[in-house]
Design a protein around this ligand. Structure first.
Ligand SMILES: [Zn+2]
Ligand SMILES: [Zn+2]
Length: 312
């Protein structure tokens, strides 16, 4: 037996030294990401009546909600993390709804996201905003990389390594092969609907702008914000190995995904917003599916586990 005579060595250094977050980071990033969205919102009153009407609003909102929940409930909580089990029709419906978001095929989305959890904010994470280290310049670069830059990397996450379960599922593979067709239908359906409802080319054109372009762009930005903003800014309430944070103001548009700190702390949990007052619409939908008998074995938050991981 060896007797320890030396003083215990200091704690290993974290990968990246925590640094006081500059408000300027958020401002610069907010301008780049937020300005186009604000410009579109500002355009709404000007366009109302001739370039935008209730038909466009309803089509855009319906597609945003269906495709957004397809990503959060389907791609993320079900296919990636197995937070619940689903019957076959619902599994296929969730796969189609998520594919309509035009983010990636279900297999590629799941593979990239599982890799993100495996290496979160360390080397190997496909989209960590901490990739270039702390400090103002590196963080700006990192935020943009985590937000959108990573999508332009030539390398794709290995499917066989990160999503072997999905490769064995014939239904999922069909969804994967059909992804280009589903993607095209997501682009074409809003103008077709808008054209038919208003019986005009003008109605088809405005529905294409709001229901296709704006809707897809907005959902992409919200999804990407979870990768960028929710790994830098916000509150840390639960213990996790990375820099995941809770960002309250993204909770509604992200359908609860911006309660990202608990998600990294307990990834298979079906509810990300588990604390009082944390709205999580995806968890609400899962609960509704459970009551309807379409999903089962839901991993709802366990109060003891939560308490053990709570740090603030
Ligand atoms: Zn994350
Ligand atoms: Zn996740």
């Amino acid at each position: 037996m060896t007797v320890l005579t030396e003083r215990p060595s200091p704690q290993p250094k974290p990968e990246f030294e925590p640094e006081g977050k500059s408000k300027t980071d958020l401002v610069v990033f907010g301008l780049v990401v937020g300005l186009p969205i604000l410009a579109i919102i500002a355009a709404v009153p000007f366009a109302w009546g001739w370039g935008l009407g209730w038909t466009d609003v309803i089509i855009a909102a319906a597609f945003y909600i269906v495709t957004g929940l397809g990503v959060t409930v389907g791609f993320h909580r079900y296919f990636t993390h197995g937070s619940f089990k689903a019957n076959r029709p619902l599994k296929i419906a969730l796969g189609i709804a998520g594919s309509l978001s035009l983010e990636m095929s279900v297999v590629d989305w799941v593979a990239a996201h599982r890799k993100h959890h495996k290496f979160s904010d360390k080397e190997g994470d496909p989209h960590s905003p901490w990739r270039f280290g702390p400090g103002f310049k590196s963080m700006c670069k990192g935020l943009l990389y985590a937000h959108v830059g990573w999508l332009f990397e030539a390398e794709r996450t290995n499917r066989a390594k990160y999503a072997p379960d999905l490769l064995k599922d014939p239904d999922v593979m069909k969804l994967h092969r059909w992804f280009p067709t589903i993607a095209v239908s997501s682009v074409l359906l809003p103008p077709i609907l808008g054209g038919l409802i208003t019986w005009s080319w003008h109605g088809a054109l405005t529905a294409f702008f709001w229901g296709t372009l704006v809707r897809i762009g907005l959902l992409h930005h919200v999804t990407w914000s979870v990768n960028s903003i929710c790994h830098v800014f916000g509150e840390e309430v639960f213990e996790s190995r990375d820099k995941s944070r809770n960002v309250w103001w993204l909770a509604i548009p992200s359908f609860g995904e911006s309660w990202h700190n608990l998600h990294h702390s307990d990834p298979t949990c079906a509810r990300h917003g588990a604390l009082k007052g944390q709205i999580d619409l995806s968890a609400g939908l899962i609960r509704w599916f459970e009551k309807a008998g379409w999903v089962y074995d839901v991993r709802w938050p366990n109060p003891e586990r939560l308490a053990a991981k709570r740090i603030a």
